[in-house]
Design a protein around this ligand. Structure first.
Ligand code: GDP
Ligand code: MG
Length: 440
């Protein structure tokens, strides 16, 4: 993937004290390959490489004591810029209700995202959404939205399939007014391919509803196709933002990198799973560091904050920062994590998690988690804060006490150690990087 590819290249530079022009060239070649391999649009690649080269060959970088680190920083900054720089918030209407129209091809994730977005707006913005089932071609589509609505206890407006989408939306808006909904999200029909009839239908709905946001939902797994679809919709219907779904799978980063610069429309949200809480605001900077393999600590912490009380999350952040993370904290985390949802998604956000042996294809099983908990619970407080004291005798006792094996105890200690090392490396790197960048 792109992350590994870029990381390999950057690792070489990072290791070096000084970098010359030839090094930069060589690295740019690698970056170029990596981006093309990740299915990034060719034009985008060319511009990206040009920009990074210009900055990297600048004399400041070559004279600096840690040029490798500066080049990494430049690549990261440019990746961030490529994706729009800042997080772009949702545009609410001055006068309620805010109307959001979801458009996109069939299977992209429109209906799912409609539900997720409603849940997010209710939770984070205190909104009272109404969902509108305007996909009249498939009865199953209406049912799907109604099921999601029930699950979330968010009302769904539908009139079946014998009425035009425009009429449905008109009546839905009247209902929203009556029932004081401040957000209306319209789930529209998709097609397998972009076609004239669909585009006309969307334009008709648009004309009637004058939406505040038209979100194009695209499947990140389709790579370059997603970019073409985005361009197409943007030119014919006009969109205000993009939701990139299925970023949780084994997805190449290409779409995220190209969409913004090709359409000049921001990615506002990303879908990271099938659960109703698996929608996140898109942060270009975090995505860039994730692509570079530095892990997405901020997202992890934010996720924790949404589910755990603020206090705990702050404590955790501080512990990561000061590297005083103990096995007790680890246990605490495990227990919090259980509340947060699918573990493998969370692990992917941990810095360096993809490098920890046995975690790379993390199919984390919850039973296994129970055993890890048991192991830690069988340790004394001293052992939890200072795992170094756990000798062979203690290992035997812990295994016995937890009903596990010595191998399992060993494995846990090793994983904990690896994780601490990773976090330490990361923190060092970031601190150095920060210092360096602040110097004139
Ligand atoms: P629509 O045809 O555009 O309305 O697409 P749907 O909302 O019906 O979604 C199609 C499939 O993609 C469903 O099985 C969803 O569960 C799945 N899906 C949608 N978003 C995501 C996501 O972010 N991650 C994953 N893994 N699956 C998703
Ligand atoms: Mg649908």
């Amino acid at each position: 993937g792109l992350a590994e590819r870029l990381q390999g290249t950057l690792q070489k530079i990072r290791g070096k004290g000084k970098v010359n022009e030839a090094d930069v060239k060589e690295m740019m070649r690698e970056v170029r390959f990596a981006l093309i391999e990740a299915d990034v649009n060719l034009k985008v690649v060319r511009e990206f490489v040009k920009k990074v080269s210009e900055k990297a060959v600048g004399q400041d970088v070559l004279k600096s004591l840690t040029p490798g680190q500066q080049v990494v920083k430049i690549v990261q900054d440019e990746l961030t810029n490529l994706m729009g720089g800042e997080q772009e918030p949702i545009q609410f209407a001055r006068k309620a209700p805010t109307v959001i129209m979801m458009v996109g091809l069939q299977g992209a994730g429109k209906t799912t995202t409609t539900g997720k977005l409603a849940a997010l707006l209710r939770k984070r913005h205190n909104k009272k959404p109404l969902l509108v089932a305007a996909d009249v071609y498939r009865p199953a589509a209406i049912q799907q939205l109604e099921t999601l609505g029930k699950q979330l206890t968010i009302p769904v407006f539908s009139l079946g399939t014998d009425i035009s989408p425009v009429d449905i939306v008109r009546q839905a808006l009247e209902q929203a007014e009556k029932e004081h909904h401040d957000v209306v999200i319209v789930d529209t029909a998709g097609r397998l391919h972009v076609d004239e009839t669909l585009m006309q239908e969307l334009k008709d709905i648009q004309e009637l509803a004058t939406p505040d946001e038209v979100f194009l939902v695209v499947d990140a797994m389709t790579g370059q196709d997603a970019v073409n679809v985005a361009q197409n919709f943007n030119e014919t219907v006009g969109i205000s933002g993009v939701v990139l779904t299925k970023l949780d799978g084994d997805t190449r980063g290409g779409a995220a990198l190209s969409i913004r610069s090709v359409t000049e429309k921001p990615i506002k949200f990303v879908g990271v799973g099938e659960h109703m809480d698996a929608l996140e605001p898109f942060h270009p900077e975090r995505m860039a560091s994730r692509i570079l393999g530095m892990g997405d600590v901020m997202s992890l912490i934010e996720k924790a904050q949404a589910n755990v009380d603020e206090e705990k999350a702050k404590e955790m952040e501080e512990k990561f920062r000061t590297q005083t993370f103990t096995l007790d904290d680890f246990l605490d985390q495990l227990q919090q994590v259980k509340k947060m949802g699918p573990l493998d998604e969370l692990l992917k956000m941990m810095p360096g998690a993809n490098k920890i042996k046995g975690l790379e294809n993390a199919q984390v099983d919850e039973k296994q988690m129970g055993r890890v908990e048991a192991v830690i619970q069988s340790m004394t407080p001293a052992e939890r804060t200072t795992p170094e004291i756990i000798n062979a005798n203690r290992r035997r006792r812990i295994a016995k006490g937890s009903g596990t094996s010595i191998q399992e105890v060993n494995r846990l200690l090793k994983q904990f150690n690896d994780m601490k090392k990773m976090v330490k490396q990361m923190t060092n790197m970031q601190q150095k990087g920060n210092k360096r960048m602040k110097m004139p």
